[in-house]
Design a protein around this ligand. Structure first.
Ligand code: 16G
Ligand code: ZN
Length: 536
């Protein structure tokens, strides 16, 4: 306690004028990096409490601002199984961070400990990683000070992708037990992926070169390490890594990366696209993935998170059928309101799989996906993964194949359960999944795109005085506040064919977002603008 008080003096919290408070949002605390050191110090205190509360299990802390501009940064906590911090605890994070003085901080710290009956004498352990932002080391130093003040064992892994940190947290907590998630090292992560990738390929060949835009972020050095660890005699995977400049801080996420490609619906400004070449983009912390190509006439086509989700649903559904487990394993897909209506129709009507819609934010999708034996979840922005339940894993391991074809299906499914990150969306792992599926099907990106036609759509960002006036229900698809607004939206939607539109408050900035889709581009635009006028 004395140690916390003493160290805390070095990290005075900067009050956010106007009666505003810091909040642990969808992506932890995220803002201009200058404000973050005291927040990281306090998040360190919470990580200590969480580790003690979870009976000495290891907790993760990731310092990143993902796809946001280079001057921003952020910090979030990872729970023992590699999942996002349990939602019930977000309020404790918010309470600690908003304590006005050092004394009040200690008071809140003690109050949380006694409220949750946390034994503060237990050994505790925290591991951390950070992206390539230059503000990272200072923020990790603040975290280190908090962990020293609480006598917490601490490993700083330095540069990691967000999903690598999630991997390491789970691997640390399962080390030496039958549910071991893999070796507790960055190399262990590459080994696990490389081995699973080769098994999942099952001798198939990959066509042509894949160009990977790494958003000038952490994905670049990590992807290069992965490729070095891949035995080239076992799989011919030719990758060209571009936008890999992690030395010049201001180019991070600038005119490139998954968020740029998805929101601008265009290829990165550089390099010049190879006509009809296969490309994909990661975001700044390598947990999002978007595929695309540009044809000889310079027409751009994109395959986003909804496309990855429906591709995975198609492939996994066929494998489960081939493995003879169709009646045993429940496959389902989880999306948000942003999912293109054509993808929802394809999955539910054509693939005949259940689709559930949840509010935005990975934590919501992840928890719903866990209710399936094979739960596929992706946000349209390219963040997502596929979760295998313990029942699914044991069925795959214990089913005795009656034919070589059935054995192949079982083997490939098991390989995919190792290849696909079970903790969080992972651009490297998801990219390998897509490459496996395309290789098995012998598909180009345009074959993949032909599975269905996306509905034209438009997303608009609207500055509002107070976004908290906007409240939603029905997984963010309807506004419950302000009163009457939803009726007005319904009224506009009615005037268009195949149309859908919704408005929601952003969870990451003080703005509202309006999404609209309709039968044609001009109608989607028109509808988005009309709904935007209702919100303004
Ligand atoms: C966060 C979420 C992302 C979501 C985005 C929505 C995580 C790890 N990240 O970045 O999944 O799509 O917020 O932002 O959950 P918005 O609320 O500003 O639209
Ligand atoms: Zn990200």
């Amino acid at each position: 306690e004395a140690a916390i008080l003493a160290t805390s003096q070095n990290y005075p919290i900067v009050p956010l004028g106007g009666g505003q408070a810091y909040t642990y949002g969808t992506a932890g605390f995220r803002m201009k990096a200058e404000l973050l050191a005291p927040i990281c110090f306090r998040v360190g205190l919470l990580a200590f409490l969480r580790s003690a509360f979870m009976n000495s299990q290891t907790i993760g802390v990731m310092v990143t601002a993902s796809h946001n501009p280079a001057p921003d940064n952020g910090v979030k906590i990872v729970d023992p199984m590699g999942e996002m911090l349990e939602q019930d605890w977000e309020k404790y994070a918010t309470a600690l961070v908003n304590a006005a003085t050092d004394q009040e901080l200690v008071k809140i710290f003690n109050r949380i400990a006694s409220e949750l009956k946390i034994n503060l004498k237990l050994p505790t352990k925290v591991i951390c990683g950070r992206d390539t932002r230059p503000s990272g080391p200072k923020l990790v130093a603040a975290l280190t000070d908090a962990l020293a003040a609480t006598n917490t064992e601490f490993i700083n892994y330095g540069w990691l992708t967000t999903p690598q940190l999630h991997y390491l947290v789970r691997a640390t907590n399962t080390e030496g037990n039958p549910l071991s998630y893999g070796k507790v090292s960055e190399d262990g992560y590459y080994e696990k992926l490389a081995d699973a990738f080769i098994r999942a390929m099952n001798g198939r060949k990959i066509n042509g070169t894949l160009t990977v835009d790494c958003a000038n972020g952490i994905g670049a050095p990590k992807l290069i390490k992965f490729l070095k660890s891949l035995p080239q005699d076992k799989v011919n995977f030719i990758v060209k890594v571009v936008n890999d400049n992690v030395v010049k801080p201001d180019v991070l996420n600038l005119n490139c990366g998954a968020d740029f490609v998805k929101t601008k619906q265009r290829a990165p400004l550089s390099p010049e696209p190879v006509p009809s070449g296969r490309s994909c983009s990661f975001d700044g912390d390598a947990d999002r993935l978007i595929y695309y190509w540009t044809d000889a006439e310079k027409r751009f086509s994109m395959l986003d998170g909804d496309r990855i989700s429906s591709l995975a649903a198609l492939f996994l559904g066929n494998l489960v059928e081939g493995a003879g487990l169709k009646d045993e394993l429940r496959i389902g897909v989880v999306q948000t309101a942003y999912a293109n209506g054509a993808s929802t129709a394809y999955i539910s009507q054509h693939l005949k799989l259940p689709v559930i819609c949840t509010p935005t934010g990975v934590k919501h999708l992840h928890h719903v996906a866990q209710n399936f034996d094979i739960g596929i979840y992706f946000e349209a922005n390219g963040h997502g993964t596929v979760l295998f339940s313990p029942d699914a894993l044991s069925a795959l391991k214990t089913t005795a194949p009656q034919s070589p074809a059935q054995k192949d299906c079982l083997d490939i499914l098991l390989a995919l359960s190792d290849l696909i990150n079970q903790t969080v969306g992972d651009a490297i792992s998801d990219m390998l999944l897509v490459e496996v599926i395309l290789a098995h099907k012998g598909w180009t990106l345009s074959d993949w795109a032909m599975t269905y036609m996306d509905l034209p759509n438009r997303l608009v960002r609207i500055e509002v005085g107070d976004k908290d006036l906007f409240k939603t229900t029905d997984a963010e698809r309807r506004l419950s506040r302000p009163q009457g607004a939803q009726d007005e939206i319904d009224n506009e939607v009615k005037k268009f064919k195949n149309a859908r539109s919704f408005a929601r408050a952003s969870g990451t900035e003080n703005a509202c977002r309006v999404y609209a889709e309709a039968a044609t581009w001009s109608e989607a635009n028109e509808l988005a603008e009309r709904v935007a006028r209702i919100i303004e």
